[in-house]
Design a protein around this ligand. Structure first.
Ligand code: ADP
Length: 516
């Protein structure tokens, strides 16, 4: 057993809870995971059972502690990160009135769309840093007010999934700035709840938790929780931040010239900036982290999900040649690697799940352009990976347009397992991309806030020194030059299709459906 001091980082993600135990140098000693289960992936309403969160958190912490084999009394602090944009309504006894409504839930879309382009949308963006989009809890509260007035009236407080688990851990309600910002209800510059957003939602400030800076220590563990987790009640609990912030901090991307490129199911390009940065066209978001840092970036719907779409579409009709059983992501990547950069003229607009940043176009749809009789599944595979790279290029350009000149990129998410995919994105962005050795960056970032709270780390500005970096990918000059040209064509296709996307969305309503 190791006797030195240690810290616990807990990451309440969208689909699972992951925990790490780290030593005072930020080295990972143990890792554990607990799955939530219970969400219907086909549903447009994405709700999780809040009880599953607590169980998953306990399972993940216990797993990390068992693997780390540390002296239980030597924990100097724990901190918790949470997925952005979730919301849960609680009654006057703090019992849930709804499930945890996650970012993927589509209920707020129409309320957001109704505001798009108007003066309220512009004012809200300038105040909250959040473009008008239904994923923000602000619009889900508007939906509840209209469609579930009995729930709206009975709601005593609105919390995120993390606040709910935090309250179960400590008996107190509190929220850090970045999770508050992710609700669409925080004034990003003044670090207080936004009067305009509260008015639009029709709620009072008292229905939201008190705001805290992420390194703030907030009490200790309730006895039953301490017993369940197997650590002392006196363990300091630090409020921490969101999974998005933690993923950057845990990857060591803490300066404004660095970005994290995350491609999991969805994707995001994020920069930690020393000042709030807004885009007059509302292409990017800006979430407060603490009094001196803001997370600026853009998120895309179509990351790995676009590759999974091809895999799932082909699976039933094309048995893999090399191994029996299900077609895997690795097969698709293998197929993509069989054709050269540029996919011999096939360009993919990977809007299979619509678009978020930078154009927030709900009607955008997936497109394969340039197909001839010479092309086959290998070209489709490669063009999807390249199309995802071009989505990131659009985000990088949008960030450059607001003064964030990214020089170095840190990779995170499932795509970082593939050398081919990493190289394609490196070439599309024409920037060096480094893969941190520890891939669970959100859980590691959570542990860093516990270290900050305990005074073992000065500032997140120096957190990068604790992160061990792995392989660096460098742009291949001829591929980068080629992608520059293909990207121009990609943009032209997108522009040319804008009105067709809108018309097709209207037409969709009258087309016969196999699900009818
Ligand atoms: P989540 O967003 O659910 O946390 P992950 O970060 O685990 O997702 O990433 C999942 C994505 O990683 C999948 O959608 C898939 O596209 C991609 N992926 C899975 N396996 C591999 C692999 N071997 N190489 C590259 N990418 C992969």
């Amino acid at each position: 057993m190791k006797n030195g001091p240690w810290f616990l980082g807990i990451d309440l993600g969208t689909g699972s809870c992951k925990s790490v135990v780290v030593d005072e140098k930020g080295r990972v000693l143990g890792f554990g995971i607990g799955l939530y289960g219970g969400t219907d992936p086909e549903s447009r309403w994405q709700e999780q059972d809040p009880r599953n969160l607590m169980t998953a958190a306990a399972v993940s912490v216990q797993g990390a502690l068992t693997r780390a084999d540390v002296a239980r009394g030597a924990c100097l602090g724990l901190s918790m990160g949470g997925a952005l944009h979730s919301i849960l309504a609680l009654d006057s006894r703090d019992n849930p009135l709804t499930g945890v409504i996650t970012w993927a839930d589509g209920r707020g879309l129409h309320h957001a769309e109704a505001l798009r382009g108007g003066s309220t949308a512009i004012r809200l963006y300038q105040e909250t840093g959040c473009p008008v989009h239904g994923m923000y809890p602000l619009y889900k509260i508007m939906w509840l007010r209209e469609k579930r007035p009995e729930v709206f009236r009975a709601t005593h407080r609105y919390v995120t999934a993390k606040e709910y688990v935090f309250s179960q851990f400590t008996g107190q309600f509190a929220v850090d700035y970045s999770l508050a910002a992710g609700s669409g209800l925080l004034n990003a510059r003044r670090l207080r709840w936004s009067d305009s957003a509260l008015e639009l939602a029709g709620i009072r400030e008292g229905q939201l938790s008190p705001l805290l800076s992420p390194a703030a220590a907030q009490g200790s563990l309730k006895p039953d929780v301490a017993h369940r987790l197997g650590i002392p009640e006196s363990t300091p609990v630090v409020i921490g931040s969101s999974d998005a912030v933690n993923s950057s901090v845990g990857a060591g991307a803490v300066s404004a010239s660095q970005a994290t490129c995350m491609i999991g199911t969805s994707g995001a390009l994020r920069v930690i900036s020393g000042r709030p940065v807004f885009d007059e066209n509302g292409r990017t978001w800006c979430y407060a982290i603490d009094e001196k840092h803001w997370l600026v970036g853009g998120a895309i719907n179509n990351g790995g999900i676009a590759v999974s779409w091809l895999k799932d579409s082909l699976g039933p009709v094309m048995p893999p040649a090399r191994s029996p059983g299900e077609l895997s992501i690795e097969h698709i990547l293998d197929l993509a690697g069989q054709v050269p950069a540029g996919a011999e003229g096939v360009v993919c607009l990977p809007f299979f799940a619509g678009e978020r940043s930078p154009n927030w176009n709900l009607n955008a749809r997936g497109v394969f352009f340039g197909l001839t009789l010479e092309h086959d599944i290998r070209h489709l595979s490669r063009s999807i990976l390249e199309g995802i790279g071009f989505r990131f290029r659009s985000l990088q350009d949008a960030l450059a347009g607001i003064g964030l000149d990214i020089r170095q990129i840190l990779a995170s998410g499932g795509f970082a397992k593939s050398e081919l995919w990493l190289q394609i994105v490196t070439d599309a962005l024409n920037r060096e991309m480094t893969v941190p050795r520890w891939s669970e960056t959100s859980a590691l970032g959570a542990a860093f806030w516990a270290m900050l709270g305990a005074g073992c780390l000065d500032s997140i500005d120096t957190a990068g020194n604790l992160v061990e970096q792995g392989k660096t990918y460098r742009p291949i000059p001829e591929n980068a030059a080629l992608y520059n040209q293909v990207y121009t064509v990609y943009l032209k296709i997108y522009q040319a299709l804008l009105s067709a996307f809108d018309e097709a969305a209207l037409m969709q309503a009258i087309l016969p459906s196999t699900n009818a």
